[in-house]
Design a protein around this ligand. Structure first.
Ligand SMILES: Cc1cc2nc3c(=O)[nH]c(=O)nc-3n(C[C@H](O)[C@H](O)[C@H](O)COP(=O)(O)OP(=O)(O)OC[C@H]3O[C@@H](n4cnc5c(N)ncnc54)[C@H](O)[C@@H]3O)c2cc1C
Length: 462
């Protein structure tokens, strides 16, 4: 997926609002935290990107840290599969968004040789034809509309109008109806949702803060979690699996944390990194009760369904230079997940979010497979698509009991809410996780890491 598709032709000035902490240029130095007074013990709830990174930073300060993870594995929304195609393929986070990002820093420090600049060309499904970006920009019939489409992001970070759904804004702009599936793919699907579920103010908030860069990278080999494991092994050693936290009691001198298997843990501070859906479910009781604006912020930030479907083919029906196919009515974006990797396997990843994920969510895996292959066959009518498909793996993130969806997105009600969500409570309860990122990097690995860093500083200074 590539949030930057729209932006790459634009000479945008990058906002100076967020400075990557120097601590992350090596991912091991902790000089920014040295002024801290805090010396107590910390429990981190959740072993995803934010929790593991925060735990490592705290351990590096000599702090006693325990990480409680509900599921039977570490990584959260970082997860890969190695058996489907004989090489690791990512079922969750995959792309490194920009060079000025903690995720990029982390990979560049641990495995620089594995950084793979986004390979291949973007192709667009437009009026029942596969088109190149160049065709859309240069074809006289499409030129005006194509320019509008590819430049529309220019206005998001400084949008001056009133709040409305992004779909309404695009209709008014106007983006022609025939381009709407492409617009949905490159704006909304990328943000984990659909155009009608996004708000202009919330999108402006995210885009104005986004500063990590417009280029995308993948891993040439290995997995995203390999990188975390190598860098943050100390934190991973501190994880206790199968600990479903259901109560945080901060009413005493210390924080008492209980789990569904009746374990009790005590610490001076707790860092909550669970997905927003878990906070919304009310499955974690907090004492004393959280203030009303915090409770409202939890409900106001949305996270919807999301899926990755891996499709393996005995032979490619796409051209060798194909990177992504964008704008499908069933699947907003397909990409060639084996491109640039040392393998003879041919795999497409279908990336589906929002309403389109809701539609697939009610189907059986066989129906999901058939529906997607029918769309691909319609895109490549002269090629054998269905008959060449030798395997399908459906990863539906809504089915993960301790995640319940893909990632948070800029829904209208979320404007201004992430900073409230991130705020510490009762002097002892701290919050991190991608949904708490209010610097424009929500919904990303580097955004989750930044939130872990912020929360660490707050704990050390508390
Ligand atoms: C399909 C998909 C594709 C993505 N692609 C990209 C990408 O290409 N690039 C990118 O940068 N980002 C991508 N992301 C987003 C990225 O994966 C997330 O933003 C990031 O991993 C979130 O980290 P986190 O620590 O905030 O949350 P999580 O990783 O969700 O970690 C939270 C942890 O809390 C645990 N937990 C929940 N409830 C409890 C409880 N009661 N007690 C204890 N533990 C609990 C969960 O099991 C989980 O392990 C993608 C996400 C998805 C789903």
């Amino acid at each position: 997926m590539d949030r930057r598709i729209l932006l790459r032709n634009l000479l945008l000035g990058l906002p100076a609002g967020y400075i990557i902490p120097s601590v992350l240029s090596s991912c091991t130095k902790t000089d920014l935290l040295e002024m801290a007074d805090f010396k107590g013990g910390v429990i981190v709830i959740g072993a995803g990107a934010s929790g593991i990174y925060a735990a490592q930073l705290l351990k590096d300060q000599g702090i006693d840290v325990t990480v409680l993870e509900a599921s039977s594995r570490v990584g959260g929304r970082i997860l890969s599969d190695e058996s489907f195609a004989g090489i690791p393929l990512e079922l969750g986070a995959e792309e490194i968004h920009g060079q000025r990002s903690l995720f990029y820093d982390l990979v560049n420090y641990q495995f620089p040789e594995r950084l793979l600049p986004e390979p291949g060309d973007n192709l667009y499904w437009l009026e029942n034809q596969i088109r190149t970006e160049q065709f859309i920009l240069e074809n006289s019939d499409l030129q005006g509309a194509g320019q509008t489409l590819f430049q529309i992001n220019e206005s998001f970070g400084s949008y001056p109008g009133g709040d409305m759904s992004v779909l309404l804004y695009l209709n008014d702009f106007p983006v022609e109806e025939r381009f709407m599936e492409i617009a949905n793919a490159i704006i909304a699907n990328e943000y984990g949702t659909s155009l009608n579920r996004m708000g202009m103010f919330a999108l402006r908030e995210a885009e104005a803060g986004y500063s990590s860069g417009l280029d995308g990278y993948f891993l040439r080999e290995g997995t995203v979690w390999d990188v975390f494991s190598k860098a943050f092994s100390g934190a991973i050693d501190a994880v206790v699996l199968n600990q479903v936290v259901n109560r945080i009691d901060a009413s005493g001198d210390q924080v008492s944390i209980t789990t569904t298997n009746n374990q009790t843990y005590t610490a001076d501070r707790v860092l909550v990194t669970v997905p927003i859906t878990i906070l919304q479910s009310g499955s974690i009781e907090v004492l004393p009760a959280l203030p009303a604006d915090k409770l409202a912020s939890i409900q106001n930030i949305s996270m919807g369904n999301g899926m990755k479907i891996l499709l393996r083919f005995s032979a490619p029906f796409w051209k060798p230079e194909t990177g992504s196919i964008i704008g499908g009515a069933v699947v907003p974006e397909y990409w060639v997940s084996t491109l640039g990797k040392a393998t003879t396997a041919h795999v497409l990843t279908a990336f589906v979010m929002g309403e389109k994920a809701d539609a697939l969510n009610v189907l059986s895996e066989q129906q999901v497979r058939d529906t997607i292959l029918a769309e691909l066959q319609s895109m490549y009518p002269d090629e054998e698509v269905t008959g060449n498909c030798v395997g399908v793996l459906v990863k539906n993130w809504a089915d993960e009991p301790f995640i319940k969806g893909a990632y948070s997105y800029p829904n209208p009600e979320s404007t201004g809410q992430r900073e409230i969500l991130a705020r510490p409570e009762h002097g002892k309860i701290f919050f991190a996780g991608e949904a708490t990122n209010y610097n424009g990097h929500l919904a990303t690995v580097h955004g989750a890491m930044e939130s872990g860093y912020r929360a660490c500083k707050e704990i050390l200074e508390s």
